[in-house]
Structures are given as structure tokens and as C-alpha cells.
Write a protein of this length. Sequence first.
Length: 225
Amino acid sequence: MSLPALFIVGAGTEIGKTYATAALTRRLRDRGRRVRALKPLASGVPPLDHPDFAVSDTARLLAAQGLAVTPETVEACSPWRFAAPLAPDLAAAREGRSLSLADLVGWCRARLSEAREGDTVLIEGVGGLMSPITEAETGLDWLKAQGLPALLVSGSYLGAISHALTAVETLRAHGIALAGLVISESEGAPTPLDTVAGQIARHAGVPVGRLSRGGAFPGNLVELV
Ligand SMILES: Nc1ncnc2c1ncn2[C@@H]1O[C@H](COP(=O)(O)OP(=O)(O)OP(=O)(O)O)[C@@H](O)[C@H]1O
Ligand SMILES: C[C@H](N)[C@H](N)CCCCCC(=O)O
Ligand SMILES: [Mg+2]
């Protein structure tokens, strides 16, 4: 069975990965597709009963899937949650915990294998492409071990062009298939989204989509999933 599955990585943190993943989930569901959107590892997550949980990555992805926030849905989307808004290895250490890459990859594989024909599985990474996830490994190691094609999300802030292209080169150097690049418009960016996206597209060599503030997932990239 060939299962559409993508690993959503960021050129940095707080850049629009969750926004883009939720927007893609909504767009696919509008087309009648079944989507499972996962955020297996998350830091900076308040307890479920805290008002801020509503704006956590997990809550946003559950909402995009039309699912309520319950202890069960949260656990099924984000089994590794840490409170401190830090790299996951540091956030875990603050709680006297640790995580293993093998467990993380194994959990994701299990979710992929239980998906039904026609389902789309979206896995959001954590932080930037090479943010540490354990003492020894970064998000890049996770992506390589997972063996899924990547969808890269970048911003449009000043500096985003270099960050996006550096991430593209890193993915290429590690032999990771890159399905496309989403440029999520950064608040207060000095350059128009179209201009930044055009600059990135000139060098990236993969399809580039523009995601404006509050906008829908770019149509040219939906076709790739
Ligand atoms: N295109 C956009 N339109 C409106 N808001 C956006 C857009 N992109 C990002 N944001 C907002 O910017 C903030 C950071 O975005 P988001 O949470 O998606 O980043 P992230 O890359 O998933 O961060 P993390 O590394 O913590 O997972 C959020 O409040 C989000 O709603
Ligand atoms: C708290 C934040 N939003 C993310 N969950 C974690 C970002 C870790 C970034 C580490 C780094 O690359 O410097
Ligand atoms: Mg996120």
C-alpha cells in the first residue's frame, strides 16, 4: 500500500509548521481525504487543563482534524510532551526524563502501519531541522530514521531566504526527498511574501508555495500530497 505521508520540518522554530500542517489537514479534509496529523514530540506544552493548552500545537492539530481535546486524543497525537519551552532534550531533562530516538521512530511507524488505504499521515517535527531532540540526536536524525519525504516550512522574515536554502541544501546532502517548500508569511516582514518566495524558488529546485497571514494552504502544494 502506498500511503501519502509527509514529515513537516522547519527552517527554524516558531516559523509556521503547525499553522501549515493544520492548513494542509483542513484543505485535504475539505477534499474528502482522511488525514492523521501528529506532533509526536512537543516542548513548551502546558497541562491539558491549563487555558494555554488551547493554543498548543497538539490542540491546533486536533482541531484541524475535527477532534476534541481529551486525554486520549492528546496522547494519541503527542505522546511525548514536555512543559519547558526549550529544545526537547533540555525540556525532558528538566522533568528528570529522557526519550529515545528508536522509541520515537517506532511509535511513528506504528501509526503509519495502522493507517488505512487512502489515509494521509502528516508528522510535524520539532523546532528547526537540526534542533536537538535527544542528547545525541537532532531532528535531522529523526527525519532520516523515519524515512519519509519532507515538507519544509520557512518564514518570510529578513534572513529567511538563507535559512530556507540552508535547510534545503542540508536535506539534499543527506539524501532526504523534499516534496516542497512552504513560505509562511512572517508578521512584520519587510519584504512582500511573493518577493521572498520568488527568491527562494529561484534557488531551491523544488515546488514553493506561498502561505499568507491567515491564509489557506497553497494550492500548488496540495496537489503533491
Ligand atoms: N501564515 C500564518 N498566518 C497566521 N499565523 C501564522 C502563520 N504562520 C505562523 N503563524 C502563527 O505564528 C505562530 C508560530 O507558528 P507555528 O506555531 O505554526 O510555528 P511552528 O513552526 O509550528 O513552531 P514550533 O517550532 O513551536 O513547533 C503561531 O501563533 C501561528 O499561529
Ligand atoms: C519551544 C519551541 N516552540 C519548540 N517547541 C522547541 C524549539 C527548540 C529549538 C532549539 C534550537 O534549535 O535552538
Ligand atoms: Mg509547531
